[in-house]
Design a protein around this ligand. Sequence first.
Ligand SMILES: *[C@@H]1O[C@H](CO)[C@@H](O)[C@H](O)[C@H]1NC(C)=O
Ligand SMILES: *[C@@H]1O[C@H](CO)[C@@H](O)[C@H](O)[C@H]1NC(C)=O
Ligand SMILES: *[C@@H]1O[C@H](CO)[C@@H](O)[C@H](O)[C@H]1NC(C)=O
Ligand SMILES: *[C@@H]1O[C@H](CO)[C@@H](O)[C@H](O)[C@H]1NC(C)=O
Ligand SMILES: *[C@@H]1O[C@H](CO)[C@@H](O)[C@H](O)[C@H]1NC(C)=O
Ligand SMILES: *[C@@H]1O[C@H](CO)[C@@H](O)[C@H](O)[C@H]1NC(C)=O
Ligand SMILES: *[C@@H]1O[C@H](CO)[C@@H](O)[C@H](O)[C@H]1NC(C)=O
Ligand SMILES: *[C@@H]1O[C@H](CO)[C@@H](O)[C@H](O)[C@H]1NC(C)=O
Length: 523
Amino acid sequence: MFALSGSLLSLSAIFFQLSSASRCSPSVIQKPELVGASILGIQAQEIHNYSTVSLGPGTNDGGRYTISFCNVTVTHTHPGWNDEIHTQIWLPLKEWNGRFQGLGGGGYSTGMGSIYLTYAVAQGFASASTDGGLGTNSGASTIPTDLSWALSSEGNVNWELLDNYATKATNDMAIIGQQITKSYYRQPPKYSYFSGCSGGGRQALMMAQKYPDVFDGILAVAPAINAQKFIPAGYWASLVMQETDAYPAPCEVSAFTEAATKACDKLDGVEDGIISSPGLCDIKASDFVGKNYSCDGVQKTFTASNAKVIQAAWSGSLSVSKRYGWHGLNKDAALGGYYVSTSCSGNGTCHATESDLLSSWFKYLVAKNLTFDASSMTKNQFFDALHSSISDYTSMLGNNDPDLSNFKRAGGKMIAWHGLADEVIPPNGTTEYYENVLKGDPNAHRFYRSFEAPGVGHCYGGLGPIPNGAMSQLIEWVEDGHAPAVLHATKGSNDTARDLCPYPLRQKYIGGDSRNSTSFTCI
Ligand SMILES: *[C@@H]1O[C@H](CO)[C@@H](O)[C@H](O)[C@H]1NC(C)=O
Ligand SMILES: *[C@@H]1O[C@H](CO)[C@@H](O)[C@H](O)[C@H]1NC(C)=O
Ligand SMILES: *[C@@H]1O[C@H](CO)[C@@H](O)[C@H](O)[C@H]1NC(C)=O
Ligand SMILES: *[C@@H]1O[C@H](CO)[C@@H](O)[C@H](O)[C@H]1NC(C)=O
Ligand SMILES: *[C@@H]1O[C@H](CO)[C@@H](O)[C@H](O)[C@H]1NC(C)=O
Ligand SMILES: *[C@@H]1O[C@H](CO)[C@@H](O)[C@H](O)[C@H]1NC(C)=O
Ligand SMILES: *[C@@H]1O[C@H](CO)[C@@H](O)[C@H](O)[C@H]1NC(C)=O
Ligand SMILES: *[C@@H]1O[C@H](CO)[C@@H](O)[C@H](O)[C@H]1NC(C)=O
């Protein structure tokens, strides 16, 4: 017995004498084991002084980082599914912080590759990202608006890839990543985290709901839950444009946003270009009709037909169909990119410019028709499409299960936050989900807190300060039991800072320099 453990000891002594380069080798790294998967191959190679621009999901303080890491790529398939998934696991050569971090994707991708990996490795995490087998985002390049993988042929949804996108590949990444981390460092990660924004925020909530034991801490930013509703419903203002044949110029679209922001800015007690209490802002686009605005120095007048389009983006299709509708955006959200996207020619006529993110949903997942033109839909066809999207995809892509009791039992902690000026995903969906969780567990704040970030756009951007340190606060919660009373947000316009409030608390200005977080409180 003693002899045996003695020889094991000397074996591991020999192992640690291997240079780090020989540890980072396909022949040394153990093949991961994963139920339902067959490992097709492992590649591993040390990369030195890799340098690129990178950031964390939901941050605006990224930059150029230079890292040295063991670059492991595991290729696997689910036998019978005819898929091929590449999971990248990047292991810091030096100063591993003992933690694992899984990183989500965005749009119709499951991972962003080096865009997120580099920053996470620079912070010392063993980090992982998956391409989900979708064929659109292996390596560093990602095309998050490409949904063409969703059809196996015209008329036929590729349900296996959709399942990889929705759930399976993300959990696979976590299990494979944790095992590769353990094999390389000869010890399992002490703690595992997941972080993602947008589609990645949906993956984050999905992990808490469906795979509650895998991560100790989860950061879900601007989560794309209820994708089957909010994505097609986001097309509502475009539909109103077609129906009324009114195409507001980009400059008029911004002018509506500026006018509404100006009207509601002070409702929260401070004039800073940010609507911190959108619930109090009941101004309507029609209130501005007949008033003048200035477009590149030219005086123009807000029109009634254009006001209808803008109001559609603010009210959401919920105002027309409670059953198949969805929330709109808040009034300080930029509308030009997705909801009211137009461009004008030299002679001043304007037309709609399709947002791929929104129109692809109809083409691939509803019509399943490669030549389908979403802009040809009537109002009835639009609501029929919304109905069928909800009926076909809720169970797979909704990720809105409010029962987090298993995550709670496993000791998990989760932070979610959503920018109130989000221009893609209506923040009310995130609030509504949190309220549903609270209905089943009034003490859910003990393991899950949801924060609203005034003035912040989708993932980052906008005038509002960003909680760049959310991951650090999550780590303090998981590892030291220090729950976040507020999320510290910085780097807003004019270098503003604020402490974001956990829902249902709201920001209130109490006086002083509005750039200073101490000038606000949570009530
Ligand atoms: C990486 O950069 C460091 C610092 O500039 C340098 O000392 C080292 O030689 C470089 N390593 C390689 C493999 O290029
Ligand atoms: C990591 O390895 C994979 C597989 O060999 C390769 O495709 C990729 O370019 C490598 N990444 C970097 C940053 O070198
Ligand atoms: C930024 O600071 C300038 C100068 O102090 C001020 O005029 C402007 O209103 C500020 N903007 C915001 C959004 O606070
Ligand atoms: C969002 O919810 C708030 C209250 O929770 C409500 O006042 C507001 O009208 C909602 N906004 C949208 C755009 O649905
Ligand atoms: C509004 O703009 C029109 C030109 O489009 C101009 O004739 C009118 O004087 C302006 N009204 C105000 C109040 O500035
Ligand atoms: C303006 O230009 C567009 C594109 O160049 C053209 O299709 C349209 O007919 C023109 N409209 C008028 C009123 O000249
Ligand atoms: C696909 O969409 C196009 C354009 O809307 C339409 O003309 C065609 O009939 C559709 N094909 C099928 C099979 O529905
Ligand atoms: C913010 O306010 C606090 C309390 O009034 C003060 O101590 C601090 O110096 C202020 N910070 C800045 C950057 O203005």
